[in-house]
Design a protein around this ligand. Sequence first.
Ligand SMILES: [Zn+2]
Length: 185
Amino acid sequence: MDNDRTSRWELISRQKVVLFLCGFLGFLLLIFRSEPGFVFMVDHANLLFHEAGHPIYGLLGPTLGLYGGTMGQLTFPLILAISFYRKANPIGFAAAGIWFFENWLNISRYMADARAQALPLVGGGEHDWFNIFGRWHVLGHDFRIASYVKTTGWVGMFVFVAWFCWVAFSQRHLKPNNESRFELP
Ligand SMILES: [Zn+2]
């Protein structure tokens, strides 16, 4: 069994596994209790990053400005995930990954609204996905694309949960000498 892939990660204590899984269950509850595609608090934050993304990516040109909202809401969890990956912090990495893919549910909601344009938009601005799908000539497929994106979001979140459990399991069962990694240089 290849232990290298799990041995780079900080050891996950039993309490942290329980804490993480309870946190994820709570997060699922929050998702199901919120309106579809807009999770209370989490998507308020995502919306801020979305709105910040337009002008920031917009500095690189109007096309990137259009995609910038969606890119913006994915950029921050991505940066967090990279930073936790570099720190070999499995809980942080998994949580950032779950947040990254939760964004896909929110993006999917916006995509599905491309033709209908029923969602209230911040500042009554332009509809990103009406414009983007219009450019791609796929406006008629907004629902189908949105449903693929939503499915990818769910799969992505569960992949991160599964990965976290796998690392925790491997540390416990495949590597008896974990302790040695905690010696300070
Ligand atoms: Zn936007």
